[in-house]
Design a protein around this ligand. Structure first.
Ligand SMILES: [Zn+2]
Length: 135
């Protein structure tokens, strides 16, 4: 008779141990996924910061060009910073940043579809504005 009770106790103990093992395994998977997502977000943040430091990646340090006509060819000549494939001009707008008129070219990579803005400063636009202010 005690053998039956010992057997039942062992069965219950092994079932509890199995449940504890499964819960622990699930918790490890959840933790690993959470860490992978955090690492991915950190890598994306570092990539964005690196792209901002590339000339033209930030309105504070635009690429200087002599004429607006060379903005799009110049932008198209720059490869995608993520995969080094050719990128093409998506939109081309004029914006004012800190009192300076900048050309903002939104680029889209043909391979990885990464989008990023490129900022250009047209030297002739500044000269024209100075001439207008004098008149
Ligand atoms: Zn790309």
């Amino acid at each position: 008779m005690p053998w039956v009770q010992i057997g039942l106790a062992l069965a219950v103990l092994s079932a509890i141990a199995w449940i504890v093992f499964l819960v622990g395994q699930r918790a490890r998977v959840v933790e690993r996924n959470r860490r992978a997502l955090a690492d991915e977000a950190e890598a994306a943040r570092l990539r964005d910061r690196r792209e901002e430091r590339i000339p033209g990646g930030n309105p504070r340090h635009p690429i200087e060009v002599a004429s607006a006509a060379v903005v799009e060819p110049r932008a198209s000549s720059l490869p995608c910073p993520r995969c080094a494939s050719p990128a093409h001009v998506d939109t081309h707008e004029v914006e004012t940043h800190e009192g300076r008129r900048l050309r903002v070219v939104n680029m889209k990579c043909g391979t990885c579809s990464h989008r990023r803005p490129l900022y250009f400063f047209v030297r002739s636009s500044e000269i024209r504005r100075d001439a207008n202010e004098l008149n």
